[in-house]
Design a protein around this ligand. Structure first.
Ligand SMILES: [Zn+2]
Length: 122
């Protein structure tokens, strides 16, 4: 993974970032050059609260790299952040679709990543 993007620099600092369009206010999934709603290129990086709801869950049995091999089987989730963007990250085993989750920083082979755990009930 590239380490020179605002997203990865945010991760290294323990922050989950997303882009928001300064023209129409849309929150964007992924890293974009232009807004998917209005095509404006006035995009700004914002810090997400890190909370959201599970959209999809999958279990990985074949690790993509040696560093991840020690983790298998592990859980990957797609999470709809409360701000709107959808992100892929690691997840606690047993998460189910629709479950409320909160992001925690994690590292694999010195690479900063995100893991979603069940959100504590307040
Ligand atoms: Zn826009």
């Amino acid at each position: 993974m590239a380490t020179d993007t605002p997203f990865s620099q945010g991760l290294a600092a323990g922050r989950l970032r997303y882009q928001r369009c300064q023209a129409c206010g849309a929150a964007l999934t992924g890293q974009r050059y232009a807004c998917t709603q209005c095509a404006s290129t006035r995009l700004a990086w914002c810090d997400a609260a890190g909370t959201g709801a599970v959209y999809a869950v999958s279990t990985v049995h074949r690790a993509p790299t040696e560093a991840f091999r020690a983790l298998v089987p592990y859980t990957l989730v797609l999470v709809d952040l409360d701000e709107g963007p959808r992100v892929m990250a690691h997840g606690a085993p047993g998460l189910v679709i629709g479950e409320r989750v909160a992001a925690q920083p994690m590292q694999v082979d010195a690479q900063p990543l995100i893991r979603f755990d069940p959100q504590p009930v307040r």
